[in-house]
Design a binder for this molecule. Structure first.
Ligand code: TH1
Length: 836
């Protein structure tokens, strides 16, 4: 093969390998300061030092990224694509240094230049392009795909504003401020201004009526999708994958027709509306609102991603019918479901395939992961809205539905109820498209995210589909977390102790997390236990220091740390937790000084954001903040019980909170939390779990043993009945649960300020009680007492902590991603030859 351009020797001489020794690192750092940043040693602050360090690390990532992508192109394997509207990446610099194995050298290098790595790392803003668990899962899966050398690309949107910043007003109200995360330049993305696609909206779709089923979709608005690539380094491998994020921009700077007509305002307006598509992440978790702009986001992203995937496939020169042999597309929840009718449109209208051939390709390409069975979270789009924004897709959805219902009718004749239950269209004013049904019938496989949840998917929301298509299409892949970020990075002392104890390089156990089992015998080793406990203590001090410097509050460190951090939602029952805290406060108040002195000191932490329009969730925050104000100031109790609501929860804050926790709470009403993933993070860091028999809690208990988990509350099969009783045979709360009734009364009477404010929240418990607080409160309080008792036996508690960490191997996202790769996508590792 001929060298593509110029003199090969000159090229080779100029090609840089990796800069891995300290002098090269400091050299590239200084180079970037002088050239990329146009600054000097004497005016370089921590932010500048962060940027220089990031650019230097990025140089290394780029070399690996190019190698990896070239290798994929050369070997042309089947690839997988992970379509997610959310990627909750957090910070990148520390993770990149660790994955490259260069952290120690950078620590030394920046020190030589007069900086501390801690100060530098603090400068980075989180990339917070997600709401919670679903977005963070996508980020963990990218880390694991690269670490396992799998040819996987992520596709998402480059929101100008990530999840809002949460501020707490003096009254305790959540306020939202925009998150301008791109303001300081983002060294981790590469704008690919040469990679762009056109995406159409509105207009009209005319059926050709030539028997081909094709339509001509024309007119409307055309916008451009421009690619920004984010490098995803694998751990201890040169493999560096890609996350491609799309930015919208106007196809033309202005509309020429309007311009000619002198309507300057209108011309500018249309350019604004193109940019609006990727301006902001929707901050609603678990609610579907039917907003036009959100629909445009979903189509913009799926259409651009599919064009990109199809173009890459076409470069292979294979017939289009082989598409599913080269591309597997994973749908992260129903948000990318429009990819299904969009691929049909491309195959039929552009590629001229017949319906049957096109549907065959589609249903062999897509895979759908469901993440929730909560009815309010199941996406539905009004038919008139889709007709307006995507007229051709509405035709295709109707056609899919027609063929589908014909097949159902054939298998289950004369079952009208079944047809209307299964239809893609829900009757009503207006009619709505059920996206979960479309995702299900358009996919090769459907999975839930933990055993219990996958069972619920198959027996509730998709029951009819299991009966129609057979159970083998449905499966489970229990979620996982990356142990690189969620142990090695966030808890470096524990990571070092584990390596020392297992006598294994961390490169080994961080890639085979089941190796942690080797810690089990050391639970009996007194010296090891002392070291284990000392690290937990230092992590508490690190958290207390963080709270002191960011909020100016003094948190005691000689107490049990009890943590609940997650999105605020009624089903997650932060309300149960805060009512439990109040119960504890009232109990302490009623004790004598001597009795109090025998109790367990407890510091309770909450953090989490509420959707801006979620009134009850915001009221829960307000209650927590005001309870904290009262009890932290009460001289009778403040030595025994402290409470903090930490504002603006983020991935970075989680990295400080999780390693410091003794006990964490995962207390959703049974059957509502599909999996949960922070439960895994706490346990991996030796924090014990207080929870309901729900989601992945169940599988954690299976692994670590029920004696190391504190379970309480009713089980999933009881929930339906209990709700029925609440509605048809209500028992007054004073009778059913006097302890809880008393707590509610104290709040009403104004113990924590204006009681009337909280009535709407308290009434959700008093009346209806959809999330079963009145049913679970007593067993919750009993479980908290068991936690206290267990904690007083320090040595036994440390043993539980060690045993918990030791048995968390299953929950590595490496295990999860390999299940997807092997059982779903049918892709294999494509290692990069080691760079010289
Ligand atoms: C979450 C689930 O609630 C959680 O249990 C699970 O661990 C996580 O996904 C990862 O699988 C979900 N997040 C969202 C967000 C939106 C819609 C539905 C869900 S389910 C916007």
């Amino acid at each position: 093969e001929q060298w593509p351009k110029g003199d090969e020797k000159v090229w080779r001489a100029g090609t840089r390998g990796l800069d891995t020794d300290v002098p090269s690192i400091t050299k590239t750092f200084v180079n970037h300061v002088q050239t990329s940043l146009a600054r000097q040693a004497y005016n370089l602050d921590n932010l500048g030092a962060y940027q220089a360090a990031a650019l230097s690390v990025r140089d290394n990532l780029l070399v690996n990224w190019n190698e990896t992508q070239m290798n994929y192109t050369r070997k042309a394997p089947k690839r997988a694509y992970y379509l997610s509207l959310e990627f909750l990446m957090g910070r990148t610099l520390d993770n990149a240094m660790l994955n490259l194995g260069l952290k120690d050298k950078y620590v030394e290098g920046v020190k030589k230049l007069g900086f501390s790595i801690e100060d530098i790392l603090e400068q980075e803003r989180d990339a917070a392009l997600g709401n919670g668990g679903l977005g963070r899962l996508a980020a963990c899966y990218l880390d694991s795909s690269a670490s396992q050398e799998l040819p996987v690309w992520g596709y998402g949107l480059r929101y100008k504003y990530g999840i809002f910043q949460q501020l707490i007003s003096p009254e305790g109200n959540q306020l939202e401020a925009p998150d301008p995360w791109l303001d300081n330049q983002n060294p981790w993305e590469l704008p690919r201004l040469d990679v762009s696609y056109e995406v159409r909206f509105y207009g009209s779709a005319d059926r050709l009526n030539d028997g081909s089923g094709r339509s001509n979709w024309h007119g409307g608005q055309e916008v451009l999708a421009v690619a920004y690539d984010v490098m995803i380094p694998g751990y201890n491998t040169p493999t560096t994958n890609n996350l491609r994020l799309w930015e919208s921009k106007p196809k033309r700077g202005f509309d020429l027709n309007s311009f000619n007509a002198g309507d300057y305002e209108h011309a500018v307006e249309s350019s604004n509306s193109a940019a609006a598509i990727t301006s902001v992440l929707y901050p609603n978790d678990h609610t579907s609102f039917g907003k036009e702009l959100r629909l445009k986001q979903q189509y913009f992203w799926t259409a651009a991603s599919l064009q990109d995937i199809i173009r890459r496939f076409k470069n292979l020169g294979k017939p289009i019918t082989e598409f599913p042999d080269y591309a597997a597309i994973q749908l992260n929840d129903t948000h990318p479901t429009l990819a299904i009718p969009e691929l049909m449109r491309v195959l039929i209208d552009d590629e001229d395939l017949d319906w049957g051939t096109a549907w065959q390709i589609v249903t062999n390409t897509f895979f759908y992961t469901n993440h929730t069975v909560l009815p309010e979270a199941l996406e539905k789009w009004p038919v008139p809205l889709i007709e307006h924004v995507l007229p051709r897709h509405m035709q295709i959805i109707y056609d899919i539905n027609l063929f589908f219902l014909q097949a159902v009718e054939k298998k289950f004749p004369d079952d009208r109820d079944r047809l209307s239950r299964m239809s893609l269209i829900e009757e009503g004013q207006p009619k709505q498209v059920r996206m979960a049904h479309l995702a299900c019938i358009g996919s090769r496989k459907v999975n839930g995210v933990a055993e219990l949840h996958s069972d619920l998917v198959q027996t509730t929301i998709l029951k009819d589909f299991v009966e129609f298509e057979g159970v083998s299409k449905f499966g489970n892949v229990t979620n996982g977390i990356t142990p690189r970020r969620w142990l090695d990075q966030c808890n470096p002392e524990l990571s070092a102790l584990i390596s020392k104890t297992l006598k294994l390089d961390k490169n080994v156990w961080l890639k085979d997390l089941t190796k942690l089992e080797g810690l089990l015998p050391f639970a009996e080793d007194k010296k090891f236990r002392t070291e284990w406990a000392a690290i937990k203590q230092r992590n508490k001090e690190r958290l207390a220091h963080h709270v002191q410097t960011t909020l100016g509050l003094t948190v005691r460190t000689d107490a049990m740390y009890d943590v609940q951090i997650k999105r605020l939602h009624e089903y997650k029952r932060q309300t149960l937790n805060i009512l439990g805290v109040i119960h504890r406060y009232l109990t302490l108040k009623a004790m004598t000084t001597a009795e109090r002195a025998k109790t367990n000191r407890r510091v309770v932490f909450f953090a989490g954001k509420a959707a801006p329009a979620y009134y009850i969730a915001k009221l829960t925050i307000r209650l927590i903040v005001n309870v904290a104000r009262v009890i932290n100031a009460d001289p009778d109790t403040k030595d025994f019980l402290q409470l903090y609501f930490l504002p603006d929860y983020s991935v970075s804050l989680a990295e400080v909170l999780i390693p410091a926790s003794d006990i964490s709470q995962h207390i959703s009403t049974a059957g509502t939390e599909a999996s949960g993933t922070s439960n895994m993070k706490f346990c991996l860091n030796g924090g014990l779990l207080l929870g309901t028999v729900d989601g992945a809690n169940i599988e954690i208990a299976e692994e670590v043993g029920e004696s190391n988990v504190f379970f309480f509350g009713h089980l999933t099969p009881a929930v339906e009945d209990l709700r029925h009783q609440h509605l048809y045979h209500p028992v007054p709360i004073e009778e059913k649960c006097p302890a809880l009734a008393n707590v509610l009364n104290e709040v009403s009477k104004g113990l924590f300020g204006d009681g009337g404010v909280y009535e709407p929240l308290l009434n959700t418990v008093r009346h209806g009680d959809y999330y079963l607080l009145t049913d679970d409160f007593d067993s919750y309080i009993a479980a908290l007492a068991m936690v206290d008792e267990a904690y007083l036996d320090t040595e036994e508690w440390i043993k539980k902590s060690i045993r918990t960490t030791a048995k968390m191997g299953k929950f590595s996202s490496d295990r999860a991603i390999l299940e997807y790769a092997e059982s779903y996508w049918n892709i294999e590792a494509i290692p990069v030859a080691a760079a010289k």
